[in-house]
Design a protein. Structure first.
Length: 225
């Protein structure tokens, strides 16, 4: 007895061409964000001078005019990247200086900077380089100065409670913030000790240094000016 076997037309050879995968077109906002991320990575790795619009466009899979359309060129893209990173770092540090004992605030500020370095390494690498073009938000040095101004208020209150001259708070604020910032640059590459340990040592030096302050420090050498 012959059994009729149903054939599946899909199993037989056909002249159908492979289907093309339809690519979803990015929105303008999505493309801009993509270019910012690519730019940040390249600027961190190669610097401003070592990065080209051609490379940025190639990484994004677009033509050069797309980069110019969104940012006007490499300078415009770089400016936006730096501006975003400076605001991000300042926001992280500022939000850490809310309330608490002065020592706790020192810990929170140290952690905020180290957290930023750990989470946004590319951004920090860009910030600590000298910017080749003027920035509306200033330089890394001006950012550190802004943070020191906030620390100054905390130290001013602490100085008053200890009988020290509060007019010296700006000097000590610059010294403390500068110490943390430079240590952060060093830790950026070595990543040892662990973040919590680095923060503990920074606070140890800062807090016990403040704890042992002389009201009228003097030089022990012969030089007076």
């Amino acid at each position: 007895m012959m059994v009729a076997v149903a054939t599946d037309s899909s199993s037989t050879p056909s002249n159908d061409k492979p289907r093309r995968v339809r690519r979803t077109r990015m929105t303008g906002a999505e493309r801009r964000q993509q270019l910012l991320e690519i730019g940040r990575t390249l600027f961190a790795a190669k610097g401003f001078e070592g990065t080209s619009v051609e490379e940025i466009a190639a990484k994004a899979g677009v033509s050069k005019p797309v980069v110019y359309e969104h940012f006007g060129g490499k300078e415009g893209l770089y400016a936006v990247v730096v501006d975003r990173e400076m605001r991000r770092l300042l926001d992280m540090v500022t939000s850490s200086l809310t309330a608490g004992h002065p020592r706790e605030l020192c810990e929170q500020a140290a952690f905020a900077l180290l957290d930023y370095i750990e989470e946004y390494t590319d951004g920090f690498r860009i910030l600590v380089r000298d910017s080749p073009i003027p920035q509306s938000t200033g330089s890394f040095a001006s950012l550190i100065s802004d943070i020191a101004t906030q620390v100054e208020d905390i130290l001013g209150r602490e100085f008053k409670s200890r009988g020290f001259d509060p007019k010296l708070a700006p000097l000590y604020a610059q010294a403390l913030v500068g110490m943390v910032a430079l240590t952060g640059q060093w830790w950026l590459d070595v990543r040892k000790p662990k973040k919590a340990e680095v923060a503990a040592h920074l606070v140890n030096l800062a807090w016990h240094g403040l704890d042992g302050l002389e009201q009228k420090p003097r030089l022990i050498g012969h030089r007076k000016s």
